[in-house]
Design a protein around this ligand. Structure first.
Ligand SMILES: Cc1cc2nc3c(=O)[nH]c(=O)nc-3n(C[C@H](O)[C@H](O)[C@H](O)COP(=O)(O)OP(=O)(O)OC[C@H]3O[C@@H](n4cnc5c(N)ncnc54)[C@H](O)[C@@H]3O)c2cc1C
Length: 472
């Protein structure tokens, strides 16, 4: 896929990849050999009919391709941008055995963008607002007005888990209300992932699409405070909890509470919510200085580093205790970070932060690591090399070593069983320890992925549908 050059893109927040042209999309889709038993579909947690939509793309029928994707996925422009397809559908593509798998994710993105940007079937596909409206099929899917009209379901959180669960239930004919604690919708898609990877306008449009399926969203509603789950259960027949994992982890080392040390969550939240990418039109009080160190090797670390560069930092360094091979971030995002000039100090563990006279962080004291035997995750364990301490000068530290499930709802819900680390315990169908209460996404898994959250939302929607049964 075409991309903006690193030199051009590092000083703004515009998207990096430019997407396929229609000709490129057709050519790429034609590579699909239309397997009789397509394994790629099994690799997709939201069960997109991948060969079906690729066939339409290969024929140049992009409108039908969009409809095909939306049969099971309400957020295709988002998934096409941030899902780790290389570990899911594309990993299963038979062409990948001897060469390159079909670029399913890029094609999904192309189709969603094409549908948004063109208006091929204005009468049916687009509402007057310009938002794609649900197709007749989507509105009609299993819809049984007499049975479900008035059956109300509550969803907590408007991230990918909540949006997917709500959208699927609305398609089934239920009356769904999402309760979102923030003033904005989309969860991490809006407040976490930066504009240059996932433009907010695209998230907003896909949220509008879910609303157009009949979902109501109430913002500024902190469940646990405004209503408890028990109170919701009095008004609603079932509840889905998709409240995510937004509780930052820290290393608990000396100096982590100095001025200039952020959690990645706070940092990215400030940048995204205060529209830092529109500086100087919007003033964003995020002081980062010239030298930024980011601790961690996942997507959140890459995003924090690349945002810092775009906000004017002169030297941005990733500190990671293992090597490139063990980094959990998507490979393409690591490559882009390298191209943009982010410095990677691998096998490096910060152990203490030092302050200047004014109490701001000024140095990171680190220790050199080496790889030992594999640990429980299967990755080789990083081991400290004795007496290898060294210091690097810094103005800002961003700690991006993971997040835990948001604790408020579990704390305020007696009988809701959780793991020791905070994840809500569910059955394979997403049922919690409370009848009628389901959960999925990061509140169950800990910090995971967009598509796994969506898959959980889908599974729970099916389970809620069968829980409510034909006569209720
Ligand atoms: C910076 C960053 C980059 C990422 N990059 C990728 C990527 O490239 N690819 C990928 O697949 N994944 C990525 N992820 C992970 C992915 O975004 C999450 O796994 C996914 O968003 C989880 O979805 P969710 O719906 O479970 O939770 P969330 O997206 O966290 O949504 C939860 C929602 O619930 C709301 N909420 C919380 N508590 C309450 C309450 N008490 N009452 C009401 N509402 C509440 C929150 O405000 C939020 O809107 C990234 C995460 C981050 C932070």
């Amino acid at each position: 896929m075409r991309e903006r050059s690193a030199a051009e893109r590092i000083r703004d927040f515009q998207e990096v990849p430019l997407g396929y042209t229609p000709e490129q999309a057709i050519e790429e889709a034609k590579r699909c050999i239309q397997c009789k038993n397509p394994k790629c579909v099994g690799g997709c947690p939201v069960e997109i009919d991948i060969t079906g939509f690729l066939k339409f793309v290969a024929e140049g029928d992009f409108a039908s391709a969009a409809e095909k994707i939306k049969e099971t996925n309400a957020l295709p422009a988002i998934c096409g941008r941030v899902c780790p397809q290389e570990d899911q559908c594309e990993k299963e593509c038979i062409l990948g055995v001897k060469g390159e798998p079909v670029a399913i994710g890029s094609l999904e993105r192309f189709v969603a963008d094409w549908e948004r940007e063109s208006s091929p079937r204005p009468s049916t596909r687009y509402a007057r607002s310009g938002h794609p409206s649900p197709s007749k099929m989507e509105r009609g899917m299993n819809f049984d007005d007499s049975r479900k009209k008035g059956v109300r379901i509550a969803v907590v959180g408007s991230g990918p888990a909540g949006l997917t669960c709500a959208g699927d239930l609305a398609r089934l004919g239920y009356q769904v209300t999402i309760f979102e604690s923030l003033h904005v919708t989309g969860g991490v898609l809006t407040y976490g992932i930066p504009e240059f990877r996932l433009p907010k306008a695209i998230v907003n449009l896909e949220v509008e699409y879910v609303k157009s399926l009949g979902v109501e969203i109430k913002t500024d509603m902190l469940v646990g405070n405004v209503y408890t789950i028990e109170e919701l259960l009095k008004e609603y027949k079932a509840v889905f909890i998709g409240s995510g994992a937004g509780l930052p982890k820290f290393m608990n080392i000396p100096g982590e509470n100095l001025d200039g040390v952020y959690s990645a969550n706070e940092y990215l939240f400030r940048v995204n919510m205060m529209k830092a990418w529109q500086f100087p039109e919007y003033l964003t009080p995020v002081k980062i200085g010239k030298r930024v160190a980011v601790v961690g090797g996942g997507n959140v670390a890459m995003d924090s580093a690349r945002v810092s560069l775009r906000l004017g930092a002169e030297e941005v360094t990733i500190l990671y205790r293992r090597t490139h091979d063990e980094m959990p971030a998507r490979k393409e995002e690591i490559e882009r970070a390298v191209e943009e000039g982010i410095v990677f100090k691998i096998l490096t563990l910060p152990i203490k932060y030092h302050a200047n006279n004014e109490g701001w962080v000024s140095e990171a004291e680190c220790i050199q690591m080496e790889l030992g035997e594999p640990d429980s995750s299967g990755r080789r364990r990083p081991v400290e090399i004795p007496n290898s301490n060294f210091k690097i000068p810094i103005d800002t530290v961003i700690v991006a070593i993971g997040n835990s499930p948001n604790p408020l709802v579990p704390h305020r819900t007696p009988n809701l069983k959780t793991e020791k680390w905070g994840g809500v315990i569910v059955t394979a169908a997403g049922l919690t320890s409370i009848p009628g209460v389901y959960a999925g996404g990061d509140i169950v898994r800990g910090a995971a992925t967009v598509i796994s959250a969506m898959g959980d939302g889908k599974v729970a929607a099916k389970a809620i549908h069968s829980f409510l049964g034909p006569t209720k």
